[in-house]
Structure formats: C-alpha cells, structure tokens
Design a protein around this ligand. Sequence first.
Ligand code: C2E
Ligand code: CA
Ligand code: CA
Length: 399
Amino acid sequence: MANRSILILDDDAAVGQTIQWIAESLGFEAEFVIRPEEFFQRLDRMCPDIITIDLVMPELDGVEIMRLLAERKCRAKIVISSGMGSRVLEAAQRSALEHGLSILGVISKPISKEALHLLVGDGSECDQLPWIEEQSAYGEVFEITRQDLQNALDRHEFILAYQPKIECRSGLTVGFEALVRWKHPDRGIVMPNDFIPLAENAGLIDPLTEQIFEQSLEWFSQSFPQSNPKLSLNISAKSLVDIQMADNLSALCQRFQIDTERVVLELTETSAMVDPILSLDLLTRLRVKGFHLSIDDFGTGFSSMVQLVRLPFSEIKVDRSFVMQAPHSSESRSVIKSIVELGHSLGLLVTAEGVENLKTLDYLNSLGCDLAQGYFIARPMPGEAACNWVEQRKQGISA
Ligand code: C2E
Ligand code: CA
Ligand code: CA
C-alpha cells in the first residue's frame, strides 16, 4: 500500500522544507510550496491525504485558503500551523470546522517531530476508510436538482451507514446512529450535508425520511431483535409539521416489532421549527408513545437552551465541534463540562459525538459523560459491518 502524502503550504521556504523533512522521516510522501497559486495546482495533481497550512502569509492567508478548500469540498485532513497564540489558532480551527473541513488540529511553530507525529501519525499507517465513506477526495462539485433527488427516491438509491454509540464508563455498545448516504450511480457515495438541505427546501425531506426510517428499522429488527441496543434516527425540524407523524412512526415500529423505547429521534436546528406549538404537541406525542428524543448539535446556534427546557428531550448530544477540539482547547473542554453538568441536572443522558482519540474519551469519562460516538470508536459503516463490529467488540471486551 502506498504511503500517505502531505502537502505543505508555508511562505517561509526554510520552515516548509523543515516540515517536509520531518514528514518524510515519519514515512510520508511530502512536498512543500510557498505560494497559494502553486498550492492549488499541486493539490489537484497530488491529492494529498493531509495538508498543513501556515496561518499567516502575505498573499492569501491561511483562513482564506481554507475557505477556498471548503468551496472545493476538500476532504484532505488539515493541520493549521502558526506562531500565533493559541486563541487565534483555535479560532482559525473553528472557522475551518464550520466550513465543513476536516481538521486534524493545530500546531505551534517551531514545529517539532513529536508534535507533528502526534497529530498525523505515521505515513505508512493504514488509514483506509470503510467503503461507505469512499469517495473522491477532490470530487468536482456538482449541482443537484429536485428532479435528481426525486429520481433517487424512486430508484431507492439512498442507503444507510450505522455509527456505534458506546457507554463511556464500560465501553459497551449501547446503540447506533443511522446516517444516510446517496449511492449515486455515477458520482459514488454522496454525503448528507450535500443533499439534505436541498431535500428540505425542495419539499422532499418527508419521503426521504420515510425511506430512511423504513430501511433502518428493518435492518435493526433483523440484526438486533432483542431489547438492546437502541437505534438513533435523525429528524429534520422541517418535518415536524404533521401531527400524524407519531402514529405513522409507531405503526412502523409495530410492523417491525420494535419497542418504541428502543428508538431515539435526534433533532437539529430546533430553533428553525416551522410551527413551535405544533412541534411541541408532536414531540410530546412521540415521547408519550415511548420514543426517546435527543437534542442534536447542542451548543451550536441551532439547538438552543430555550428549546432544551421547552421540549421533552431525554438526551443531549454535545456538538462535535467542541468534542473534536477538546484535546487542544481549554474553552471547548469548559463548554463540554458545562453541558454534561446541565444535562445531568435536567435528568438527561449526555452523549458526546466526534470523539477522535483516546485522550478525549478519557476526558469525557472523567466528567461522567454517559455516552460517546466518534471515529476513535468506529466510523459509520454498512449494516453488516456494524453487526460484525458488535460481535468483535464483545469478544474484545470479554477477552
Ligand atoms: P449529525 O446528526 O450531527 O451526525 C454526525 C455526523 O458526524 C456524521 O456526519 C458523522 O459521520 C460525523 N462524525 C461522527 N463521528 C465523527 C468524528 O469523530 N469526527 C468527525 N469529524 N465527524 C464525525 P454525516 O454522516 O456526514 O452527517 C452529517 C449530517 O447530516 C448529520 O449530522 C445530520 O445532521 C445529517 N443527516 C445524516 N443522516 C440524516 C438523516 O437520515 N436524516 C436527516 N434529516 N439528516 C441526516
Ligand atoms: Ca445526529
Ligand atoms: Ca450532531
């Protein structure tokens, strides 16, 4: 298997060269460039696994470069480097995450081999993603029309990946979150952020949700017919307009013989609910019927404290932007700690998502956070792989 590659952008040639040597000594294929123009040309040719970007540069600065990378839907992992203070580095990291980039972390100059190693690992390490995540890292951006989505629904091109949730304390598997993907006949796997907002605006979110629920409940009933684990499903706030939804969903659970207590409905953008009173009624009805409700992405502008108090939630999910930054950011750790305390004081389960390393898991455990989900535990995977994962983990834990 080929070694992993790093592309380095730093306006100071001496620094760029040093990072290249360090990266090569870690087993990476590494190249460095000093000008943004050259960087984007090299990017297209090289398709690196990792990019390191200097924050302060005379032409385009690092923040601007990351904005352009986000526009290109770049999926390489990014390391931000700079001699600036940690708060500036953290703000840059946050901005990149909010643009949807995948950030490995920040690194202060002068860069040491140990620090880079800690962030990027070894160049020869197998870092292959399961097939479900496979897609061109530099796939061209393509327009999706309403008709494309309608066709995809008619042809049943939407599939599901399942990401395990574990109990922090024991490591036991307690559930899965179903995450939709579009298996496009020409484009490969298309990720939900690229089509869910469009489905919402095109009035197709309800039929899409229906297909997702049916498919995932069927998988769940066949794979885990007993009383453990739970299945988490995402619901768009825009869907909370049909008072019949609670009955339809209960009927679906009955059809697959799944106790509603085993289904968690995750809601994002609670502040964007179309009709606040109707959604309160609807969510209360769902809760009365036994479903659990989870407030997703908590701590972001979309999931507010007002909604937390007003609606009958049973779980809080700490937004992954805080969790992913926990190892580097004391501010993020403070936010997580407060959310865990808030959740527990309201009698809710707290889940942290975006757990990418052991350090974060240990930290969550020390706070008494209940559940964890993230790439460190497992990536979202096809149904069959998820079942195998549970079996292997059981053996691992009991061994
Ligand atoms: P979400 O509900 O917050 O889902 C978690 C996202 O975090 C997933 O992205 C998951 O792959 C990703 N993730 C999990 N662990 C880690 C980690 O350790 N590091 C990083 N960097 N990311 C991690 P995905 O699958 O791309 O989904 C994005 C969003 O699309 C979801 O965010 C959710 O809002 C929406 N979505 C996904 N499936 C559905 C669905 O069936 N219905 C609706 N309405 N929305 C969905
Ligand atoms: Ca979710
Ligand atoms: Ca979330």
